[in-house]
Ligand binder design. Sequence first.
Ligand code: FAD
Ligand code: MLT
Ligand code: ZN
Length: 461
Amino acid sequence: MSDPRISALQAEVPSLRLLTDPADLAHYGVDWTRRWTPAPMAVALPATIEEVQATMRWANAAGVAVVPSGGRTGLSGGAVAANGELVLSLQRMNRVVGFEPADRLLTVEAGIALEAVQEEARSHGLQYPVDFASRGSCSIGGNIATNAGGIRVVRYGNTREWVAGIRLVTATGELLDLNRGLVKNSSGYDLRHLAVASEGTLGIIVEATLRLTDPPPDTRVMLLALPSFEVLMEVFQALRARLPLEAFEFFTDRALHHVVAHGAQAPFDAAYPYYVVAEFACEGEAGEVQVLSAFEYCMEQGWVEDGVISHGDTQAAALWRLREGITESLAPHLPYKNDVSVRVSAMPGFLARTQALLASEYPQFEVVWFGHIGDGNLHINVLKPADMANADFVVECERVTRLLAETLAEYGGSISAEHGIGLVKKAYLGSTRSAAEIAVMRGIRRALDPAGILNPGKLFD
Ligand code: FAD
Ligand code: MLT
Ligand code: ZN
């Protein structure tokens, strides 16, 4: 503890657990981007809201930058601490605070893992429907701070839809109790929604009150092999019209190649250029008939080359693994990630333009496409060649992202659909948010954090 600021913080908040060991600093200073070298001043692990408040009061007075930190599964560098910041990890604040059956509301501390929330909901015969592959390690606070999406948005919406209340500690240590689980509340600005997708720049989310819903129906999972990108949105429209969709995801042959090389089971003997994983409610014989007829319709149109429908949970999980295992299978290649969205109606035109753009600009790199196509959200991952320095690779990818951002602007899309802006997309925020919008955002940030200590350098400067 050689830095005098650390001793000062410890003296101010004697019960606060602080880590300064180099291995801890390295561990808590990074997220899944692995692009920046971690260099935090220290890591604070508060156990109570009071400790968070006292830490923020001290940081505000001392002018120390604070990086709010959840599970650090983020893909935009939002939780990176590379400039001597104090990491404030919510890891120890991971309890269930309470469940109110009449309201179907679950209150949790912000550091709880998404999967623990899903399990708690199930234990009450209900469902928390936000879901994605990092469920075991990401936190509810991080999910709210990024407005996380995932694989069930097409049916249930983003994290924002499920947040009924937030307790937020401001930069100056005030505790704001936002919306308090109310269904109806027309009493002025909804500050709760400002905290959603704020990426740790407006306050520390210490507690969340989450809406739960009916348990999921019995479902089946379908994997379809498609001949071309052009038919992808046709298949989506056809299945959405014929089946109660719970998920509609896609990936390419390259994605399948990596996920199978990572241990997943290849689904078909032959290879196809594109694949869809769709999950839908399916009850009884009527459900079976409905599914078969939807499948046959797609085959008759020439949109589908092959397909398999799950029988039982094991097969369903194996089909989902082909989609959910992609991120982990690509991680060793240090992928440069684009996470873009347009309206579903704009997707065919945008897909054609983007495909042509990337084919001409990335002839030398392997590009892997996948994503939540039913929400208009594409993940385009460019893999770093093993013999190329990461810095050179990123420079080359940034050049193409500028072109992609221009196309997005033409189609009225977003440079980040669900991962957030963080450090990774900061240079492109202005491509899909207007200067006037960004000026308003700046004003809001200044009002809530006058000293500029909350996650400085993230989202915008
Ligand atoms: P962190 O990475 O710790 O932080 C993310 C941001 O939130 C940072 O800006 C941080 O400062 C801020 N923050 C964290 N906690 C708080 C808090 N308590 N108060 C205020 N600010 C806070 N994301 C999707 O949206 N959809 C997906 O399908 C998806 N799949 C993924 C699959 C894998 C395998 C991986 C590794 C990641 C995936 N992600 C996905 C990205 C990531 O898991 C989400 O962004 C998640 O919401 C981040 O949560 P976290 O707790 O890890 O946040
Ligand atoms: C996904 O949809 O799998 C996630 O957003 C993670 C990623 O983009 O790698
Ligand atoms: Zn995603």
